[in-house]
Design a protein around this ligand. Structure first.
Ligand code: NAP
Length: 485
């Protein structure tokens, strides 16, 4: 089933930090793929900007190298496309905090067309960039800015950042990116919930026992140690990615599929989150194994008490979810790289099958990675003679199997999100008040463990975090799902 590609009118896209890691690994390959797919009309301009001295020719060579390195597995581009793509590229040397280069950038803008500015630089430069864009006349109504995470490190810094961006840009021009929201399955979650009759009537505490959200990584903090040690798993993952996933699961159906209608409903979920008690939270830090260094060897502070793993139980305190806990866990150096949301339904109220001794529950699993897809565990009779024994089997919808190989090739999150910026669709981007509400919930939790001086529990590389994380569920007779990549 070939996906339909609708070309977008020519646009100007400036990547501040166009020589950085994110630009090389994600943004430029994403743009290239959309170019290969035929979505960019002739005349579109992609302009890299950073302090490094480079001319257009050097930047084109730099980008070609990045594409060879980070786009090698992608088969959708014809030979020679890189050369055509290179013609869209140019480069401006500038400093976000200086004056050099800004006139040259302004001169490259085409009046009257969409212009997007991707802030792929450290967050300390976001306000400077917004201010310079205004100063050099590029912050008019055709402009949109894309802001990367981290969006603040607490409520006060997020508010300050929102205020400084709002001095020059309207909220409708600000795209706060969370690439989890660009994933095919995450959007499918909305299609599944709001496009089918089957699930929504059961989507509440009467039928749902609990929900598990897991985002597991096998990598350690690696070269990001300096940033990560100031953030930790709560700020780096829970406040944004896991929170967004939780919102999509827990939100009420919006009246329409419109950016503000969807974001209003997500905001209500964040505001309904209950406090997280000390016993409902487990923090961990990975140890070295015989091959790889431990967390403390990756960061400068040998006594760091920053967590590389967090698991928690939380409640959404409203009519729909009262009594249905949400369990969240995320961490580094775990046994598998796998992310999923599992909606675990309650058992049938009465078992009429006397021979069956098992406990059966329907589980709807939304797999974000690997093998994006959705499956539903249903209970059936175990095949063959020997009585009426029951067994749980998955009704599996792996997108690449159900929709053909093209589904596997579907635009990755960055491709979709960048094109949404160009199209002016903010549905999959976080609004300023959402981000602030998420920090308002996160801040007191962090403040309370800091006040107590709580230390993270060491856990083995290749495990699924500290044992205490298991107890979070065990004490109510539940258990984490086994997750395998
Ligand atoms: P990076 O590799 O350190 O790149 C930073 C970029 O900013 C470079 O192109 C650098 O080039 C440029 N830059 C630095 N100071 C500048 C200045 N004063 N004026 C103009 N340009 C300047 O960082 P990154 O990993 O790409 O991350 C960029 C942003 O994305 C950060 O906010 C990060 O938190 C976020 N992010 C990154 C990832 C990731 O996977 N890398 C994932 C999620 C979010 P010059 O030195 O030549 O100026």
């Amino acid at each position: 089933m070939a996906s339909r590609v609708i070309p977008v009118d020519p646009f100007d896209l400036v990547i501040f930090g166009g020589t950085g890691d994110l630009a090389r690994r994600k943004i430029l390959p994403a743009l290239f793929r959309r170019f290969c797919a035929g979505q960019m009309e002739e005349g579109t301009r992609i302009i890299g900007a950073a302090r490094s001295q480079m001319d257009d020719v050097e930047y084109r060579a730099f980008v070609a190298e990045a594409l060879l390195e980070f786009n090698s597995g992608h088969s959708g581009c014809e030979p020679g496309t890189i050369k055509r793509f290179q013609k869209t590229l140019s480069y401006v040397t500038l400093d976000a905090r200086g004056e050099e280069g800004w006139d040259a950038l302004a001169a490259k803008m085409h009046p009257g067309r969409v212009r997007a500015f991707y802030f792929s630089v450290g967050p300390s430069l976001f306000s400077d960039l917004a201010q310079r864009l205004h100063q050099y006349g590029m912050a008019d109504h055709d402009a949109r800015i894309v802001v990367e995470k981290p969006f603040g490190r607490d409520l006060a810094t997020a508010q300050a950042l929102n205020r400084s961006l709002a001095e020059h840009f309207d909220e409708s021009q600000i795209y706060r990116i969370d690439h989890y929201l660009g994933k095919e399955t995450v959007q499918n979650l909305m299609a599944l919930r709001f496009g089918n009759m089957l699930f929504e009537p059961l989507w509440n505490s009467r039928y749902v026992d609990h929900i598990q959200i897991t985002v597991a990584e096998t990598v350690g903090v690696g070269g990001r140690g300096e940033y990560y040690d100031r953030a930790g798993a709560m700020r780096d993952m829970v406040q944004n990615h896991l929170m967004q996933l939780l919102c999509l699961i827990a939100m009420e159906p919006p009246a329409k599929f419109d950016p503000d209608a969807v974001r209003d409903e997500k905001l209500k979920v964040i505001r309904a989150l209950g406090e997280v008690g000390r016993d409902d939270l487990v923090r961990g830090q990975y140890l070295a194994d015989h091959e790889k260094p431990g967390y403390l060897e990756h960061v400068e502070n040998p006594d760091s008490i920053t967590e590389s793993f967090i698991a928690m139980k939380l409640n959404v305190i409203n009519w729909r979810w009262a009594g249905t806990p949400f369990y969240l866990r995320t961490g580094k150096r775990l046994s598998d790289r796998a992310s999923e949301i599992a909606v675990v339904f309650k058992e049938a109220p009465h078992n009429i099958f006397t021979e069956d001794t098992g406990r059966h529950r329907n589980i709807l699993t939304i797999r974000l990675q690997p093998n994006e897809g959705i499956d539903l565990d249903v209970t059936i009779k175990e095949p063959g003679p020997g009585g009426m024994r029951l067994v749980d089997v998955p009704l599996d919808m792996t997108f690449s199997e159900a929709l053909g190989p093209d589904a596997d090739d579907a635009a990755d999150a960055y491709e979709r999100l960048i094109m949404d910026v160009v199209r002016g669709n903010q549905t999959l981007f976080m609004r300023g008040d959402e981000v602030e509400a998420a920090w308002a919930w996160t801040d007191p939790i962090i403040a309370s463990w800091e006040a107590r001086g709580d230390k993270p529990i060491p856990y083995a590389t290749g495990s699924f975090g500290p044992e205490d994380a298991l107890a979070l569920l065990h004490r109510s007779g539940r258990k984490w799902r086994e997750i395998r990549a």
